[in-house]
Write a protein that binds this ligand. Structure first.
Ligand code: AMP
Length: 539
């Protein structure tokens, strides 16, 4: 795949595919919610991403500058992503439902120079613009004329740009993609990837998903998340595979219809969506023909054995669980066709990857016992660093091993079984949320004196957000305040971070050094043993 030392992801996913003779092949079937599908060939992707690379050049943006794409799924998102990589910018993505705090933290920390967005989302950026001194230009995909000197029309710029672009030779470790991920303390961390990471995405598309020239692939993940870029853009296109992209929301009937009409053969989704489908009417009962579908893959949260059994019974398909995370850029552990699936297990290591279960000190833990899920470093899709945060980056390693933050068990046959997180990070419907970030956002409200946030088990979302709130003495709990608190979190962070349960309390447990004891809160909430309380602060 690497020709003449050219590692550039944008080039490999488009120009190289045309050079391989796939120029007229459909790269993307774009399906807007209420419109007919539109086909984009690999040549379309190539020429449109070239145009965007030239637009960036005309704006003086180049190697190492950071562009963020802040859009729901839409064709410009894909074209701009590839064009920015061709021009050697670093390309970040943001969920379109992010609120102002979430956007400010990411654009501010990365010192992003450019944002591609749409008119209805512009106001969120405008409100924080004064706090973003490095942001030079905002490009809007749905205005035909520039709004002012630094809020520009993407269509107008594209029309004026040439469709030929010669991608500069790009070395393997040139920075490529930036995704922010949450930790249990501090602000989100910018996980920086490099162009060479593509080789691991391509290898896993082949080895795990068995993707080939005839396949039609559908990855439902949002491009704000690593799965949406690694497997919703880069991996499949680097192999010349046709992808379906649907711009609408979760809708079981529509989803089954897309699989049927587009003849999707390989489908990559997440446990929350699969659990929701399981609770709907059977697709077969609804008269849908899913015979094109060969394989279903899942990622992001534990996949319940119950869902695997449902798919086998109702869809007549296996679901193969896969494990990876923002930092690893590509699938590391997976169940795959042709090998035994052990329901409840994430599967075994993919080729070239060496996971290990280690103690906190880095010593091996025997098979069958839980410990830290670690990975031997040295694979191509390993992240380069946490942007502006080398200290946290270094803390993730002991010797040759990277600590993923997950705990797991390895059985004697090399299958890995997810146990949980070794930190307080909450996984709700596959989105990692930082309790610290939500607590800080709650504290922005003048009524709230203290707050603590935990993740609690949920039958659909895997975990739900539960918030404990202590009010200043002059305020009283009320339904109205509860609603305002929820709205505040939704607007400032994201609707996904909004507490599903909110409890007014008269004390938040803290240890002697003032750290919130989420473990104690969680145990109390679940009615479980609270464990060692010796460090609990009095009163
Ligand atoms: P992210 O970096 O947002 O993609 O989240 C990665 C985290 O999601 C992992 O560290 C796990 O905690 C969780 N995760 C991903 N895939 C799985 C899986 N197959 N089973 C259980 N947890 C998973």
């Amino acid at each position: 795949m690497i020709v003449n030392g050219q590692y550039n992801i944008g080039h490999i996913c488009t120009t190289l595919q045309c050079e391989r003779g796939l120029g007229e092949k459909t790269a993307m079937r774009w399906i807007a919610p209420a419109e007919d599908p539109v086909a984009y060939s690999f040549r379309d992707l190539d020429s449109q991403s070239n145009r965007f690379a030239n637009v960036l050049a005309s704006l003086g943006a180049g190697r190492g500058d950071i562009l963020f794409i802040f859009l729901p799924k839409c064709p410009p998102l894909f074209l701009a992503f590839l064009g920015a990589l061709k021009r050697q910018l670093v390309c970040g993505t943001l969920f379109a439902n992010f609120g102002e705090d979430a956007i400010r933290d990411r654009l501010g920390d990365s010192r992003a120079a450019l944002v591609l967005t749409k008119r209805s989302l512009l106001k969120k950026i405008e409100r924080i613009r004064s706090q973003l001194p490095h942001l030079r230009r905002i490009l809007l995909v749905d205005v035909e004329e520039d709004l002012c000197a630094d809020v520009l029309s993407f269509p107008a710029l594209m029309r004026g740009a040439s469709s030929s672009f010669s991608t500069p030779r790009t070395s393997p470790r040139t920075p490529s993609v930036l995704h922010y991920t949450s930790g249990s303390t501090g602000k989100p961390k910018g996980v920086l990837h490099v162009h060479e990471s593509l080789s691991m995405m391509a290898a896993t598309c082949r080895e795990v998903m068995g993707l080939g020239a005839q396949d039609v692939f559908w990855c439902t993940a949002d491009q704000g998340w690593v799965t949406g870029t690694s497997y919703g853009i880069m991996g499949p296109w680097s192999l010349g595979v046709t992808q379906v992209h649907y711009g609408g929301k979760y809708d079981p009937r529509r989803w089954y219809e897309i699989i049927e009409k587009e003849k999707v053969s390989v489908w990559y989704s997440a446990p929350t969506a699969l659990r929701m489908l399981m609770r709907e009417e059977s697709p077969l009962a609804a008269g849908c023909d899913l015979s094109s579908l060969k394989r279903i893959f899942s990622v992001g949260e534990p996949l319940n054995p119950e869902v695997i059994r449902w798919a086998k019974r109702e869809l007549k398909k296996d679901i193969f669980d896969t494990w990876f995370q923002t930092e690893t850029g590509a699938i590391m552990i997976a169940n795959r066709p042709g090998t035994e699936i052990r329901p409840g297990s994430m599967g075994r290591a993919v080729g070239g990857i060496e996971p290990a279960i280690l103690s906190d000190q880095g010593d091996p833990i025997p098979d069958g016992a839980p410990g830290n899920l670690c990975l031997r470093t040295g694979f191509a899709s390993m992240f380069e660093t946490y942007l502006n945060n080398p200290g946290t980056y270094r803390q993730k390693f002991v010797g040759e091993f990277y600590f993923t933050g997950d705990t797991a068990i390895r059985d004697a046959d090399g299958y890995f079984w997810f146990k949980g997180r070794s930190d307080d990070v909450i996984n709700t419907a596959g989105h990692l949320l930082s309790p610290f970030e939500i607590e800080s956002t709650l504290l922005e409200m003048e009524e709230i004196a203290e707050s603590a946030v935990i993740g609690a088990p949920d039958g659909t979302l895997f975990e739900k957000v539960v918030a404990f709130v202590l009010l200043h003495p002059q305020y009283l709990p009320s339904r109205e305040l509860e609603v305002r608190i929820r709205l505040h979190v939704a607007n400032r962070l994201s609707p996904i971070a909004t507490p599903q349960e909110l409890m007014f309390v008269d004390r938040v447990p803290k240890n002697n050094s003032g750290k919130i004891m989420r473990r104690v809160l969680k145990a109390r909430y679940l009615g479980a043993d609270e464990g060692d309380l010796s460090t609990l602060e009095d009163g």
